[in-house]
Design a protein around this ligand. Structure first.
Ligand code: IMP
Ligand code: MG
Length: 190
């Protein structure tokens, strides 16, 4: 990978996730509540897996899937692709998301979960809060890191057209890298 900008190394990610877990441990460790962590597929998968391993209280997990992104930008149109399966009525819910960009996805998800399942509480936790392109006033309860520039990130769950999620650090891909991925994806289509 030629001279890409590394935004978070594996070590950075580890301490960011630990900080988020510490806050959740403070919140839930002395409570009788068993919160349900809902990971937003697919981007939040690595974060969710690392986060729950650092949480020291009893919790349940579930997943929901929505889509809004194509290439390097959000389409703004949100589709629910997979719903949750746990019964979360009257429960404490922690939505675990990789990144908040326009805020449209989490705004939609929060309303969807509230209206359809009426949980006792909803907390929003994200790995990265990307501020510049926010379109709705949606603030996470806990954010791992804040980014004040409009950077397109790949790695540790963040993807470019589904590629790059498995890379173990977060970086801004070079144009060359994106062109290489586009070529690969085109070859795959043939
Ligand atoms: P929002 O609805 O604009 O807040 O977008 C949220 C979703 O877009 C996230 O869950 C990510 O899946 C995706 N996304 C936002 N920014 C990036 C990025 O920099 N890289 C990859 N995916 C992103
Ligand atoms: Mg996502």
């Amino acid at each position: 990978m030629s001279a890409c900008e590394i935004v978070f190394t594996r070590e950075d990610i580890n301490s960011i996730v630990q900080r988020v877990a510490d806050k959740l441990n403070e919140e839930f460790s002395n409570s009788t509540s068993i919160p349900v962590f809902i990971g937003v597929l697919k981007g939040a998968l690595p974060f969710m897996m690392d986060l729950i391993k650092k949480c020291t209280f009893d919790l349940k997990t579930d997943f929901i899937q929505v889509t809004s992104y194509s290439g390097t930008s959000s389409t703004g149109v949100i589709h629910l692709k997979k719903d949750i399966s746990e019964d979360i009525r009257g429960k404490d819910v922690v939505i675990v998301e990789d990144i908040i960009d326009t805020g449209l996805t989490l705004n939609y998800l929060k309303q969807y979960i509230q209206l359809n399942y009426n949980p006792r509480s909803i907390k929003i936790v994200c790995l990265v809060d990307k501020k510049p392109l926010r379109k709705v006033n949606l603030q996470p309860d806990i954010s791992g890191a804040i980014i004040n520039q409009n950077k397109f990130l790949v790695g540790y769950g963040f993807d470019y057209n589904e590629l790059g999620r498995n890379i173990d650090y977060v970086f801004v891909p070079t144009k060359k890298q994106l062109i290489e991925w586009d070529k690969k994806l085109n070859l795959e289509k043939k």
